[in-house]
Design a binder for this molecule. Structure first.
Ligand code: SF4
Length: 77
């Protein structure tokens, strides 16, 4: 069914990708899990960043340490 459409689009060959079932995926180890960012110091940094429209590498890089660093009052601009 899709083959004629592919041929019309000039595509001659499809790549077959492996299917990974959800059963194969395993739960991440506890040490890899990150705590949700909470606390007054985190809220203070969050507010500063938002109010001043700052761009942080923490957010841009989706850094997993944000809870810890921002919770200690540290962010990298
Ligand atoms: S300051 Fe902390 S949260 Fe920000 S990028 Fe560095 S390690 Fe990550």
């Amino acid at each position: 069914m899709i083959q004629p459409l592919l041929q019309d689009a000039g595509i001659k060959k499809m790549i077959e990708l492996p299917v990974i079932s959800s059963e194969v995926k395993k739960r991440k180890p506890d040490w890899l899990r990150v705590k949700l960012p909470v606390g007054p110091e985190y809220a203070k940094v969050r507010k500063l960043v938002d109010e001043n429209k700052l761009h942080t590498i923490c957010e841009s890089g989706n850094c997993p340490n944000m809870g810890e660093c921002w919770g200690a009052g540290t962010a990298t601009l």
